[in-house]
Design a binder for this molecule. Sequence first.
Ligand code: NAD
Length: 316
Amino acid sequence: MKILVTGGAGFIGSHLVNRLLQIGHKVLTLDDLSNGKLEYLDRALTHNNHTFVHDTAADRDTVRKLVENCDAVFHLAAVLGVKNTVENPLKLMEVNIDGTRNVLEAAHKVRAKVVLASTSEIYGKNEKLPFKEDSDRVLGAPSIHRWCYSTAKAIDEHFAFAYAEKGLPVTVVRYFNAYGPGQTSSQYGGVVPRFIRAALNNEPIEVYGDGTQSRCFTYIQDTVSGTVAALGPRANGLAFNIGSDHPITIRDLAATIRQLTGSSSPIVYVPYDAAYGPGYEDMRARIPDLTRSKSVLGYKPTISLEEGLRRSIEWY
Ligand code: NAD
């Protein structure tokens, strides 16, 4: 197949591009390099079946021209990270919503398959009653600095399913905390690379909040396997959780990385207010139900957290 990967010079995208080339596809990578880097593409850069296009997914004509010649699109281009969510909500929503619309519209014209990258964040927080207008718990305007990323992704999903009703073969993959080699701490503050870097330098490992919040960290190769499986026709019109279903608290993650690196770093706790500004609240836990992904995609995470962390530490 001829496949377009938007955001293909980013962390997940670059691993995906390399996997698609390995299994024999022709790949076009579109990235504006706002966060990605050409060097992440590594072997793909010299591969005969790969072409890199330095441009933006927010431009309708660019996307239309690229999609016209493709059988499928993996749409990963997005502005992300808590820092961007807090500091650039407008830019984030423009890129994340317009880019997705451009891809879906162009794919619909030529009936190309779309796999859309979404996030566990769209599940939001557990609601507390009664509802307060100024609450951080709504996917709405008063909480723009917390929820604009997840809101934009939720809108993207609604667009995708509206196009599915018009006959577009489209699948949504909701990622749960991907990590692994190639994820740098400078990108947008992913917690795993941030902790590894601190541990390797024997600097304090800063845990935001009290560290009892938990996440399901997913090794990049498992993330990519689930993403590629979403190309199949049985996945059309559906959303899939792509992640590990083994939660770990951030406190325990810090301790594990400290131990695996043999580091003498102290683990220190930083209040959310100090890390992200006043009023920030985190999601306590995110755990995927993998029933659908396992049965329809044959998805199964294979790399344990300890093994994945070892490989990541080696890479740094
Ligand atoms: P990343 O920042 O490494 O990759 C995103 C890429 O998109 C970058 O290379 C960036 O340069 C590019 N990009 C940004 N704006 C663009 C634009 N206007 N036009 C073209 N390219 C643009 O992040 P990632 O972790 O690889 O995330 C990939 C996708 O997966 C994103 O859609 C993200 O929302 C989603 N996601 C990731 C995670 C995770 O754990 N990493 C979790 C949930 C969802």
